[in-house]
Design a binder for this molecule. Structure first.
Ligand code: PLP
Ligand code: COI
Length: 353
């Protein structure tokens, strides 16, 4: 295992006192993890240092051609004081899939988990404990070679920052309104849609900005503009009749770890879960004939988020009388129950720090 140097800050920051006002990703802990990559040397100089600005050459590739990848995960402090992570190896495996697509060198998953353990231990006092809060973890890699030619960089930085967070949506666990986007598209198969990379989020900003009054945008496929893909920061599920449907992973949507976990939980309860194509017309039709019972989004930041309304062109589709559905609530309780060790970890998903 690589040696991780630790330099503790001399200027500890004030921690947020009111956990109900944390919001999402606005304040950061006292330290961060950094490691460099140099061609010929590989990943080196693993260190925990005080959180703060980093110095980068203005010609670095990340600034010009967006060569970067990131992850999103959470640490929880549970009732008995233990600190734990949820399926961290899945995030770092996905980081490597994104790395592969963005021509960024692979990074050792066990090393990433060790780096994260070390950093979270140093800043463990920052983990909030009120209901619905956690320590959000943002690992990312940026291309740092100072050259303007369009090619994969020779140097990179792998950084992990930590942020105590509350709910991703201002309303907490309450049905959200989503705008179905029919003009802009997020990704096409063969593009970078299934990688967790900044460009996908840059591409989504305009649609999100235009969809005023809606929590997020629901993307349709980039070719026929009719099959449902995912929401800005969540995968989506529909309960139609006795089938639970989520769009199949076909290369343009992010393979969510919460999505995968929900499929496993739902199947273990005996539900009929399909990963298949689902069109917006099918959803509209199901809403009209009364078989559309629930819709929810899944994501690390958003956890399980009920969707109460979809706006598609001139139509407003109300789902489940704009209330939290039974399956959505059960899934939220079960998933958060596992993450906080209130429920048994039957699937072996928890990693203690
Ligand atoms: N889809 C997008 C575009 C996302 O940004 C996220 C969040 O990470 C998700 C889906 C959900 O993925 P996960 O459950 O791994 O957090
Ligand atoms: C996450 O859920 O971790 C995400 O990365 C979503 C985000 C873009 C805030």
């Amino acid at each position: 295992m690589v040696e991780i140097k630790i330099e503790l800050t001399q200027n500890r920051k004030e921690k947020p006192t009111d956990e109900s006002k944390l919001g999402f990703g606005r304040c950061f802990t006292d330290h961060m993890f950094i490691m460099d990559y140099t061609v010929g040397q590989g990943w080196h100089d693993a260190r925990v240092v005080p959180y703060g600005p980093i110095s980068l050459d203005p010609s670095c590739s990340v600034f010009h051609y967006g060569q970067e990848v990131f992850e999103g995960m959470k640490a929880y402090k549970v009732a008995n004081g233990d600190i734990q992570l949820f399926r961290p190896e899945e995030n770092f495996k996905r980081l490597n899939v994104s790395n592969e697509r963005l021509c960024i060198p692979q990074i050792d998953v066990d090393m990433c988990i060790e780096a994260l353990r070390t950093l979270v231990k140093v800043d463990q006092d920052w983990i909030p404990t009120s209901e619905g809060t956690s320590l959000y973890i943002r690992p990312f890699i940026i291309g740092c070679e100072p050259v303007l030619g369009v090619h994969p960089a020779n140097n990179y930085k792998f950084i992990i920052i930590l942020s105590p967070v509350g709910s991703y949506y201002a309303g907490g666990l309450a049905p959200v309104k989503i705008f179905v986007e029919s003009s802009y598209v997020r990704a096409v198969r063969g593009g970078i849609g299934s990688a967790k990379t900044g460009g996908n989020y840059a591409a989504s900003l305009k649609a999100q900005q235009d969809a005023k009054g809606y929590s997020q945008v629901l993307w349709l496929d980039g070719i026929e503009r009719k099959y449902i893909e995912e929401v800005g920061a969540m995968n989506v599920f529909f309960v139609i009749g006795d089938e639970i449907i989520t769009p199949a992973l076909q290369g343009s949507i992010l393979p969510g770890i919460t999505r995968k976990s929900c499929i496993e939980i739902l199947k273990s309860w005996g539900y009929n879960v399909s990963e298949r194509k689902i069109s917006i017309d099918e959803v509209e039709e199901a809403a009209k004939n009364g078989t559309l019972k629930e819709m929810f989004g899944t994501g690390t930041a958003a956890v399980i988020s009920p969707v109460g309304e979809l706006k598609y062109k001139d139509e407003t589709i109300t789902i489940g009388h704009n209330k939290i559905g039974e399956i959505t609530q059960k899934l939220y309780d079960t998933l958060t129950g596992i993450q906080l060790s209130k429920n048994e970890d039957k699937f072996g998903w928890i990693v203690k720090i």
